[in-house]
Design a binder for this molecule. Structure first.
Ligand SMILES: Cc1cc2nc3c(=O)[nH]c(=O)nc-3n(C[C@H](O)[C@H](O)[C@H](O)COP(=O)(O)O)c2cc1C
Length: 373
């Protein structure tokens, strides 16, 4: 943004700030609750049995890189569904191998299986994709079973949290619980240890590299939904709330910035400053590893991650994936140098206890937008 443009935007901002009634209204943020109630079912999903609709709604609350929601569901019959990978929702610049798309689809499948069990359905899952670019990824066979007593609220309340982490080390009991939910594919590096320091450094260095990559920033800008009108229209991507740009700053960004500004030096510098501050916060890093890199490994790892993430809120633990180190060649090279070849890191997660857990804010597409018959 040049000086003239900044001044123009500042004058506009000031005049709107003066009309405080308007500002109060637009600072009130309830997009997710307004748009995404489970009862907001549209006529188009009328053919779907109510339980199936709900199961897919809960599945869709899964996390995904840039909140691109790379899944679709094809119903080949009432009891056989295919979870697919939507190529329009891949992130070729930062996730050229579709590794993260597969992890996100794994998280979706985990939510789906858990929600189905609450409604009295057992889901047999079979990975059918031969490689991460196949459109059909997981086949689901659904049969009736005894309903399980699992909390759906855990699925609703889970979210990514990036700020206000406390520095207190994670309790051994919490790390052990997390480790159980990922079948022991977990390593914890407490803050202040040498390895956590290395990971902090890598997180910042690779964030900077990515910020200087015009194509990656263009891709990010594509998935950014600064204006409420876009957030409501697309129901995906990164809103100001999702990026934790809140209060006056969020209000300013929503009203006076656009996609072009996301690629500006000022926006990138802000992101780098924020990342440097973030790595100083919290209890260190959790790394989820896998035994291999096949589609089956990645789907299983996404499912494990989600199982862990679903128990984070009750432990008051924030989880913030910081993926740039795994995405950039520089980070990948340094990981190779510092680890034995059998250790394949799939998630680098900054973690920390919170005093107050914020409610989820990111948006999801309605069920009827991702179900194909
Ligand atoms: C595979 C994967 C990679 C992610 N990488 C990042 C990341 O590098 N930085 C970040 O802030 N969030 C990252 N996230 C979190 C997503 O941005 C977040 O899940 C999405 O915006 C939806 O928000 P929610 O988790 O609060 O529902 C990642 C999530 C997944 C599943």
């Amino acid at each position: 943004m040049n000086r003239r443009c900044f001044l123009k935007k500042s004058v506009a901002a000031t005049s709107v700030i003066m009309s405080s009634g308007f500002m109060l209204a637009s600072c009130r943020r309830a997009l997710r609750t307004d748009l995404m109630g489970i009862d907001n079912r549209s006529a188009k999903t009328g053919k779907l049995a109510p339980d199936f609709y709900k199961i897919l709604y809960y599945a869709s609350l899964a996390p995904s890189g840039h909140n691109s929601q790379p899944w679709f569901v094809k119903m080949t019959s009432a009891t056989e569904w295919i979870v697919g990978s939507d190529s329009n929702r891949w992130l070729p610049e930062v996730d050229g191998s579709n590794r993260e798309a597969m992890l996100s689809i794994g998280a979706f499948v985990e939510n789906l299986v858990q929600a189905a069990s609450v409604f009295g359905y057992r889901v047999k899952t079979t990975v059918i994709a031969q490689n991460p670019f196949d459109p059909n990824v997981v086949k689901l066979n659904i049969s009736k079973s005894k309903p399980l007593d699992i909390s759906l609220q855990k699925i609703v309340a889970r979210r990514t949290v990036k700020n206000n982490m406390l520095s207190k080390e994670l309790k051994t009991s919490d790390v052990n619980d997390f480790s159980k939910s990922v079948d022991s594919h977990l390593v914890y590096f407490p803050g202040g240890t040498d390895h956590a320091g290395l990971m902090d450094k890598e997180a910042v260095a690779n964030y900077v590299i990515q910020s200087n990559n015009k194509k990656a920033m263009k891709e990010l800008a594509y998935w950014v939904r600064l204006k409420d009108v876009d957030a409501k229209k697309y129901r995906d991507g990164l809103t100001t709330d999702g990026m934790e740009i809140t209060g006056m700053a969020g209000w300013y960004v929503r009203h006076f910035m656009d996609k072009k500004d996301v690629m500006s030096k000022a926006f990138c510098d802000k992101g780098i400053k924020k990342t440097k501050a973030q790595v100083k916060e919290g209890a260190g890093w959790l790394v989820i590893t896998s035994d291999g890199n096949t589609v089956t490994d990645l789907i299983e790892t996404g499912r494990r991650f989600q199982r862990m993430a679903l128990s984070a809120r009750e432990k008051m633990i924030a989880i913030h994936p910081m993926t740039q180190t795994l995405e950039e060649k520089y980070g990948q090279k340094n990981i190779k140098k510092n680890h034995h070849p059998g250790m394949i890191p799939q998630f680098m997660l900054r973690v920390g206890y919170l005093n107050k857990y914020p409610d989820p804010v990111s948006l999801r597409r309605p069920v009827e937008w991702f179900v194909r018959s």
